[in-house]
Design a protein around this ligand. Sequence first.
Ligand SMILES: [Zn+2]
Ligand SMILES: [Zn+2]
Length: 189
Amino acid sequence: MIIKIAEIEEEVVFSGIICADRFKSDYENVDFFGPVEYSLKIGRSDKRLSVKGHVQCSLNLLCARCLESFRYEIDSDIDLQLLPREMAPTDIDLELERDELDVRYYDQDEIDLTELIEEEVILNIPMRAICKEDCKGLCEKCGGNKNLNECKCESGRDTRMAQLLRSYLEEEGDGHGGSQEKAIKVKKG
Ligand SMILES: [Zn+2]
Ligand SMILES: [Zn+2]
């Protein structure tokens, strides 16, 4: 969805849905439930645009611990500034400063809203998702899903110390993409 900057009069709200088919092939083990919904308010002051609103969709992801699929909701707030490319700073310090304000640049007096929405969705897909905080994962010996039933494999040998050590190691392993998990609600479906 290409929007001509000149056609935006002060403030416009764009809302609707985008079919998620276009995203599907890009991600392994990620399925979308239904379309991506968006509602974005674009304000213009000369060549400077502000984009505020939110993007929502439901995904079907595979849990990194137990390998079961689960429903994952993305409901992300967008708040960014768009400036024409020629206003991009060349000074590295300025560039860093602008990064903090979430500034993007557009070319040729138009913006692609779909691209913006797609980017927001991608940023919010966790690299390593878990179905629930206390997912017990798979048994290292028999491969059974320990959320469904406790197998007998480790009985008698699983001391409190071993549990602590294992959860510590798992915490360490969860570091990947952790920052992307912050503002997202996980809903079991
Ligand atoms: Zn799990
Ligand atoms: Zn087992």
